[in-house]
Design a protein. Structure first.
Length: 392
C-alpha cells in the first residue's frame, strides 16, 4: 500500500505540493526557496519540527514553515484533536519567529473559506459515485474520503458489486493521494470491495459449489447448474486467480445472488469478495514484512531468527558473516539476518537451511527457488494459514 504523505518530507515527487498550490498560490519567498530550505536536511534536529516525535512539518526556515502549515491544514483530518492543536501551536510559534505570522493568518483564512479546490476544477474522478450523470459523495480531501468510505461500508449491501468496486477503487486512490489514514477496518473493507487481493483455486471452487447448492435450495436450478459448472472448471486450475478474473467472477456471483434473492433466505450468506480477496494487499504487505524468502526456495518467519545461536552460525558460516548479522557481536539480529539471508547464493542458502534446522528453526513454506526473491499468491496463501488474525 501507498505510504501516507503528511508533509513535504514524504512528498518525494512534489505531487501533493503541486495539487495544494493550485488552490493556494505559493508566495515568492517559497517559490524561490531551495529544496533544503523547504524540506530540510536528513539529520535535522527534532526541535526544528512542528511535530518533533515523528519529525513532521519542518520549520527551520520561513519557507519550510509556510509549506508545513499548508500541508498541515490540508492533512489535519489525519491527526487527533490533541495532536493537531499542539502542532498548530508550534507552527504559529515558528511563524512568529520567522516573521511571517500575517501570511499564516491569511493562509488560514483562505483555508477556512474553501478547504478544498474550487468546484469548477472537479471532475467525475473527484466523486465516489457518478450515476446517470449526477455526482455523489465528493472526494476533495481526506475527511470526505473517510466519510464516503464509512457510507459505503454501511450501505454496500444495497449496491451491486459492479458499482461499489470502482467506488472503492477511487476511494483508495484518493486516500493515497491525500495521505488519508482510514483506519484498519475501513482499509481492509475497501481493499476487498476494490478487488485488491488473492485467493487459491480450491477455495474459489469450494465457494462456487456451496453457492450452487444454495441456488438449488432456493428453487433456481438453472443458476445452480451454471455455477456448479464454473466450480468444476475452477477446480481444475492449480494456480491462484489474478485479481481481474476474480473481480469479474465476484461481480457475476453478486448478480446471481441478487437475481435469486438468496440473501433473504440465507441471512448468514458470505459475500464473494470476503472469499475471493481474502489475501488483501495490506495483509500481503504485512506478511512480506514478517517473512524472509531465500534463494533455496524456503520461507522463514523472521521472529524465529531470535532463537538462532550466534556461536553456531559463526562456526559454520565464518566470523565475517556472524559479525554482519549480529547485534554488537552478542546475539543474532533479526533485522540484519533478514536483510542478508535473501542475498546468499543458493549453495550458501542451502547450507544455512541445514544450520537453522539443526537449531530447531524450520521454514513455514517451501517453494521452488526464484530469482526475484518475492512471494507469489500461492506462497502468500500458505502463510495466511499461519496468520489468521491478519485476515480478519
Amino acid at each position: 500500500m501507498t505510504e501516507i504523505v503528511l508533509d513535504q518530507t514524504g512528498d518525494i515527487n512534489g505531487q501533493e505540493l503541486y495539487r495544494i498550490s493550485r488552490t493556494y498560490a505559493l508566495p515568492p519567498f517559497v517559490k524561490e526557496a531551495s529544496s533544503n530550505d523547504v524540506v530540510g536536511a536528513e539529520q535535522m534536529e527534532q526541535h526544528l519540527y512542528a511535530s518533533p516525535r515523528g519529525k513532521y512539518y519542518p520549520c527551520h526556515t520561513a519557507a519550510a514553515t509556510y509549506v508545513s502549515t499548508l500541508f498541515f491544514l490540508d492533512k489535519r483530518a489525519n491527526w487527533d484533536a490533541y495532536s493537531a492543536k499542539a502542532i498548530e501551536k508550534r507552527l504559529d510559534d515558528f511563524a512568529e519567529y520567522h516573521g511571517i505570522s500575517e501570511r499564516m493568518h491569511q493562509l488560514k483564512q483562505a483555508f477556512t473559506k474553501s478547504g478544498q479546490a474550487p468546484e469548477v476544477t472537479l471532475t467525475d474522478d473527484d466523486y465516489a459515485l457518478v450515476l446517470d450523470g449526477e455526482r455523489h459523495y465528493p472526494l476533495r480531501n481526506g475527511q470526505e474520503v473517510k466519510a464516503a468510505a464509512v457510507w459505503l461500508q454501511k450501505y454496500h449491501k444495497e449496491l451491486p458489486f459492479t458499482l461499489r468496486q470502482p467506488m472503492a477503487e477511487r476511494m483508495l486512490q484518493k486516500a493515497a493521494q491525500f495521505g488519508a489514514g482510514l483506519g484498519d477496518g475501513l482499509d481492509d473493507f475497501l481493499e476487498k470491495q476494490a478487488g485488491h487481493g488473492a485467493c487459491d483455486s480450491p477455495s474459489v471452487a469450494r465457494f462456487l459449489f456451496e453457492r450452487s447448492v444454495l441456488y438449488k435450495q432456493a428453487g433456481y436450478l438453472d443458476y445452480a447448474i451454471k455455477v456448479a459448472e464454473m466450480a468444476k472448471t475452477v477446480a481444475k486450475i492449480s494456480a491462484s486467480h489474478d485479481s481481474d478474473a476474480l473481480v469479474k467472477l465476484a461481480g457475476l456471483i453478486d448478480q446471481c445472488d441478487r437475481e435469486t434473492h438468496i440473501e433473504g433466505k440465507f441471512p448468514a450468506l458470505t459475500p464473494p469478495e470476503d472469499v475471493f480477496f481474502i489475501i488483501t494487499e495490506k495483509a500481503a504487505s504485512a506478511m512480506l514484512a514478517q517473512h524472509v524468502h531465500t534463494m533455496s526456495g524456503n520461507i522463514y518467519k523472521r521472529a524465529d531468527f531470535n532463537s538462532a545461536s550466534l556461536d553456531g552460525i559463526r562456526d559454520v558460516m565464518g566470523e565475517d558473516f556472524a559479525e554482519a548479522i549480529s547485534a554488537g557481536g552478542l546475539y543474532v539480529s533479526e533485522e540484519k539476518l533478514a536483510e542478508v539471508l535473501p542475498t546468499l547464493p543458493r549453495g550458501d542458502a542451502e547450507l544455512f537451511d541445514q544450520l537453522l534446522q539443526s537449531m530447531g528453526i524450520f521454514p513455514v513454506a517451501k517453494e521452488a527457488a526464484t530469482k526475484s526473491g518475492g512471494f507469489n499468491n500461492e506462497e502468500l496463501l500458505v502463510l495466511a494459514g499461519a496468520h489468521k488474525p491478519l485476515l480478519r
